[in-house]
Design a binder for this molecule. Sequence first.
Ligand code: SAM
Ligand code: SF4
Length: 342
Amino acid sequence: MPATDTRGRPLGVLRLSLTARCNLACPYCLPDGQEPPGLLTLEQRLQVIQAAVALGAHSLRLTGGEPLLHPPLDALIAAVQPLRTKGLREIALTSNGLLLSAERALRLRQAGLDRLTLSLDGTNAASVATMAGLKDEANGARALKQVLAAIEHARAAGFDPATGALKLNAVIQQGRNNDQLLPLAALARERGLELRLIEYMDVGNRNGWVQSDVLPAATMIHSISERWPLEPLGRPGHSTASRWRFRDGQGSVAVVASVTQPFCGDCNRLRVTADGIAYTCLFAAAGHGTDLRPWLQPGREPKALKQVIGALWRRRSDRYSEERQLRSTARQDHAEMAYLGG
Ligand code: SAM
Ligand code: SF4
């Protein structure tokens, strides 16, 4: 039986940030240029994953920062495979795709990665440069070319978009890249990918988030539907995304509406940072996580780590996005996105 929190929500997903570094500097995320001290070793990450799976996590999402900057990524994916007999059903990765060569995509697949989500916030050089924090259009054009190539490398390596094994994430910010909504939807339709449109969120303290920069998911769906009619498929239980089907049969699109339509009610995600701090909410206050490192030292019993994570989950009561809606203001002390992994 999975551990359940004070609101009856079972632990289901572990999101593990492998690095706080990134090769981009998206202004809505703004990661650190360097790692925090005390990064977990591969062995310690494995212990965290084992404990989470023992407490009910059936899905592992590897993220960052940019997880492809983490050299032992393939080794970690290979090392967790035996946990499939203990309840782990799915291993997924979120990446900006810049470093996803054909060979790297194949290595990830062969190591046992099930699903890959690539992030891209625009379809032209100028918007990619703006959204990724690149200094000019030439850099934006290069990044765009790399991500488009990465999509095809992933497909060729066996990540089949038709089964949901390859998806595209895009953050849409009002006044910044809302003009990219239809071009991104067109690109995803052409390439047979599900596009997941993410509302700009107040994660971290560096991005200067204000509610007026959020383009509501309902507006996104309305705009797309005017061009290509859509019908709702709903939000699968515990999922972050509400899905819509194109009526012309050309695939689907999804929205992650965590600001305007919070889904705290069935949130089943535990987050662990690259330096071993566990958080039970994406919008948690910085410094309020639980440091798992004392339980990851040589000689400590795996049982102790499981007890600490289990106790943390059982006392969990977070529902920040719902509370934000009630207060209609955002708190200002968030932990940063690159630590929490999205
Ligand atoms: N570097 C990888 C990437 O960009 O895909 C993985 C880490 S990134 C933190 C994970 C996801 O979070 C990305 O899809 C990114 O666009 C999204 N994200 C980052 N900051 C965000 C914000 N303030 N609001 C909404 N989504 C955000
Ligand atoms: Fe890097 Fe991803 Fe953050 Fe962009 S969203 S800065 S790619 S970690």
